[in-house]
Design a protein around this ligand. Structure first.
Ligand code: PLP
Length: 475
């Protein structure tokens, strides 16, 4: 059957119904459209910080604006672009897949690509995992984990860590350890309780009641970039096994090489009962998520023909998502990106850890692989401390923006604050990032820290004032 070609003369306007032409006609209108139809408050934040660039292209580790300026993107779409933007191999594979007209989402049918992806994920994962739920995002993978944990154990309670982040749909929100995300959205799922990250005694106390279905934990917490202390995850696994509780490792952010191992849990040699994946699996092209579980746990939920579709979602296991994921896994393997994340992470740490001794305002540099964070703290001198406090009174965590804003404006480097009300700056570079780019980031960071700290020491009360005033009025 012949399909109509784009009609470039439609309505007298050239290329009006060709997507790229339509886009070209609207260059420069992203913020205006956002403020009209999308998230106005986000627009205000971007304008306040001056991050409101008109992005027209993404390539590798860079975002490019309409004036052709290139920005090193260490935000990487919250970690989605682990392969960099527009990876040529994944792109070519997806072009070929689209052109092959695959039988995606037959729903009452099975899909070879979905099966191949599940097989591949299982092959890359620790021992006891041999079944997969495919979905389209991180939060969906977490929802699946929580539901399967309850069904497999017949127990009601779920434990999570303070500061933990697992997504923003209701199940995930119920195990979210950050109040700012939960306020105003109650009542959440009953039976969900927090424990301090790293505290095995607290975990043991909670598990003692014998009614805990699952304990969900990130090997490296995304909020604040806190790495699990040595012995914690192994201890948690032992306690969970003893209590008949499912240990769920949320590797949505840490998985697929970012930590310097394919899965971050490999650093501690543990074998969780379930693992969630998403973000990088997409190759930056097609949203995809996965929950890895044991066959026994999987079959406890999908336990009869009647219950064969008791959990799932319309887009889970689609051919384009599975194709993007398989192609991305090929790149990670072929290009040695796990090893690369480890060596580049060591380089970045080596370049930036000395900043703790160089600057009073640097409390700690921490991370694992290419998940990196720097925590800032008030200086000791009384006058400088007063300036810090004045800035923080305007908005807790505002000081960190005095680093991210000049990094962006003066050095064209995009970084993020690692959480609400915290002075931690975070970088999640593509695993493909050039060594020269990491060195440039480290040098730029040092320059900005130097300027900001000397501003503090000179008692520049104006430091951050405009930012603070605009941030307050943008609330
Ligand atoms: N789990 C972790 C560890 C995450 O970092 C995130 C997102 O940042 C999620 C789950 C939620 O993923 P999504 O935003 O795709 O729902």
């Amino acid at each position: 059957m012949a399909f109509p070609q784009p009609d470039n003369s439609y309505n007298g306007q050239a290329e009006v119904n060709d997507l790229i032409g339509m886009l070209a006609q609207r260059t420069g209108s992203a913020m205006d459209l956002n403020q009209r139809y999308l998230n106005r408050q986000l627009g205000r934040v971007l304008q306040t910080l001056g991050f409101d660039r008109d992005w027209v292209r993404g390539s590798g580790s860079y975002l490019i604006d309409s004036e052709g300026r290139e920005y090193l993107d260490l935000y990487a779409g919250y970690g989605v672009f682990a392969l960099g933007r527009g990876h040529p191999y994944v792109k070519a594979q997806l072009h070929a897949l689209i052109d092959s007209d695959p039988p995606s989402l037959p729903q009452l049918g099975t899909s070879t690509l979905a099966g191949m992806l599940a097989e591949r994920l299982i092959r890359c994962s620790p021992g006891r995992l041999d079944a997969v739920v495919l979905c389209s995002s991180g939060t969906e993978a977490v929802e699946a984990a929580l539901k399967l944990a309850r069904a497999a154990t017949g127990r009601p309670r779920l434990l999570y860590c303070e500061r933990g982040f697992h997504g923003l749909s209701y199940g995930s929100l119920s195990v979210n350890g950050n109040d700012e995300f939960r306020e105003r959205f109650g009542l959440l799922l009953p039976g969900c309780d927090p424990v301090p990250f790293g505290d095995l005694d607290a975990l043991e106390r909670e598990l003692r009641s014998g009614d805990v279905a699952g304990f969900i934990v990130e090997p490296v917490q995304g909020k604040g970039v806190y790495v699990a202390p040595d012995g914690y995850l192994a201890g948690a696994q032992k306690l969970c096994r003893g209590a008949g509780t499912m240990l769920i490792a949320d590797e949505v952010q840490t998985g697929l090489g970012r930590s310097g191992r394919f899965l971050a849990v490999e650093h501690w040699g543990i074998e969780p009962d379930m693992i969630t994946l998403s973000k990088a699996l997409s190759g930056g092209f097609v949203p995809v998520g996965a929950l890895l579980a044991s066959r026994a746990v999987f079959d406890a939920t999908f336990d009869s023909m009647e219950n064969s579709v008791v959990h799932g979602s319309t887009f889970g296991g689609g051919d384009f998502a599975a194709g993007a994921a398989l192609a991305s896994l090929n790149v990670i393997e072929h290009d040695g990106l796990v090893e690369r994340a480890r060596s580049m992470g060591e380089l970045l740490m080596g370049l930036t850890r000395p900043l703790v001794n160089r600057f009073e305002i640097v409390r700690e540099v921490r991370g694992l692989g290419l998940m990196w964070g720097i925590e800032l703290a008030p200086p000791s001198g009384r006058a400088a401390r007063r300036v810090w406090e004045a800035i923080e009174r305007r908005q807790p965590g505002l000081f960190a923006q005095l680093i991210t804003v000049p990094l962006f404006h003066e050095h064209r480097i995009l970084t993020q604050v690692a959480g609400h009300h915290m002075n931690v700056i975070k970088a999640l570079p593509p695993l493909t990032i050039a060594e020269a780019d990491l060195r440039r980031f480290a040098a730029a960071l040092e320059t900005v820290l130097e300027e900001t700290e000397s501003g503090l020491f000179r008692g520049y009360a104006s430091l951050g004032f405009n930012l603070g005033r605009r941030a307050l009025s943008a609330r």
